[in-house]
Each structure stands twice: as C-alpha cells, then as structure tokens.
Design a protein around this ligand. Structure first.
Ligand code: PEP
Length: 248
C-alpha cells in the first residue's frame, strides 16, 4: 500500500510564506514515488499553493469544508469551491474542529459525504482525549467516532487518521505499541463497516510526528502514513518526514 503523508498547517502561513515553502520543498521531494505527499495550507493560500504544485508530486488539501453546495452561509466554503481552488483532499473531523467549533459526529458525517460527492478525497480524523484514555474509554470513543462519522460513507477516496488528542502539539507521541494497538482496532471497526475493503484503507498516525520518530511509527503494520502539524511547517523537517526509512 502506498504511504500517505499530509501536512496540516492549521492557522499558519501567509500566501507568500506558502509559496516560499513550496518553492523550496517541491524540488527536494520530486524523486519520491512511493508516498502520496499532501499539504493543507489555510484557505487563503490554497490557490497560490495549487499554482506552485502544478506538475509536481505534491497534492493540495483543505483543512475544512462546509457540507452545503452554495447559499447564505456566511464565512463557509463549499466542496466545489475547493475543487475549483485545486484541492484533491479535505481534512474532516480534526480534534480542533471538534473541540473549538463543537463539530460532532453528525456534522463530521455530513461533511464527509459532501466532500466525496464533490469527487474529493477525505482525511477523516478520530482520536481520544487524555481523560478518555485514562478512563479506559479509548476503544469506545474510537468505535463511536468511526462508526458514526463513516455511517453510509463509501470507502473509495477515504483515508483515516488516528490522532490521540493528548499527542497533538504536545510533544508526547504515542508509543509504537499504543499506535499499532489503536490502528489495528480501527482496521477491525472498518472491517465491520466495509468487509475486506478495510484492508485497502490507509490509516495515518498523527500527534507530534517528527523526523526522529517517523521511522519507527511507519514500521507498524497498520500505520500507513502520517498527519503532521508542527513538524510540517519547515521544508527541511517535512522533507525528512516524507523521506522516512522503512524499518525492516
Ligand atoms: C495535527 O494537528 O494534525 C497534528 C498531528 O499536530 P502535531 O503534529 O503538531 O502534533
């Protein structure tokens, strides 16, 4: 299965900074063929990023979307507008959207369906908080988020990202064993939804991925890529991550 590594820049980088990053990053990764490389800048920089990425092996993603096609929804962006801007993927259900903007599983589900209908790929995020982990609820939370978020969703064009909230932006990475355990569980829940097609769905790990820990995380059987925040903001650092060495 081809690895999939995505940069989530969150609310960082102007249009100029986005162009500068890509002018430096793209030539450094042009030989990499065994990994899908994706970058998700803020909305304002999408079109400029699409121009820079033209003819390259780097794909554009949005960090969010609204589920309606058009109309009186001040401030929102429709899936077709993201297609128009040059996006190929959309991140949906990131824990920051769930936490700060109160997006629940039903909202996530509506967004995923709208994204797929527009012909875009989805990077669907799920993950437990520290409190939920310590309370022994990790698997219940993940099962609920996956089953409700993906209810009625076709798995073509679907990538799942496991992002333990306690590991996002904290410098605390899940251990290789913790990551593999939850990834295997997610694969199992996906099998319940999609049968043997679950084996083809890429499951990314996200949460303080760095050039130092990426090799061991990517060596886990059910880890098929990464979603990277902080360490994707500098070209040299993100190049090292997408050029990870597969441990045998
Ligand atoms: C993220 O927000 O998707 C993320 C994984 O962030 P970080 O790599 O900074 O923990």
């Amino acid at each position: 299965m081809k690895y999939f590594i995505a940069a989530n820049w969150k609310m960082n980088k102007t249009i100029g900074e986005t162009r500068d990053f890509l002018k430096s990053f793209i030539p450094m990764v042009k030989e990499l063929r065994d990994v899908d490389i994706v970058v998700a800048p803020p909305f304002t920089a999408l079109s400029a990023a699409a121009e820079e990425m033209k003819g390259s092996n780097v794909l554009l993603s949005s960090q969010d979307v609204f589920w309606e096609e058009k109309g009186a929804y001040t401030g929102e962006v429709a899936p077709a507008m993201l297609v128009d801007a040059g996006c190929r993927h959309v991140i949906v259900g990131h824990s920051e959207r769930r936490q700060y903007f109160h997006e629940d599983d039903q909202v996530v589900n509506k967004k995923i369906k709208a994204v797929l209908k527009a012909g875009l790929g989805v990077i669907f995020c799920c993950g437990e908080s520290l409190e939920e982990r310590e309370g022994g609820k990790t698997f219940d939370v993940i099962r609920r988020e996956v089953e409700q978020g993906l209810a009625g969703v076709d798995p073509d064009n679907l990538v799942v990202a496991y992002e333990p909230i306690w590991a996002i932006g904290t410098g605390k990475t899940a251990t290789v064993d913790q990551a593999q355990e939850v990834h295997a569980f997610i694969r199992n829940v996906l099998s319940g939804l999609y049968g043997s097609r679950a084996g083809e769905i890429r499951i990314l790990y996200g949460g303080s991925v760095t050039p130092e820990n990426v090799d061991s995380l990517m060596a886990c059987k059910d880890v098929n890529g990464a979603l990277v925040g902080g360490a994707s903001l500098k070209p040299e650092s993100f190049v090292k991550i997408v050029s990870f060495k597969k441990e045998s």
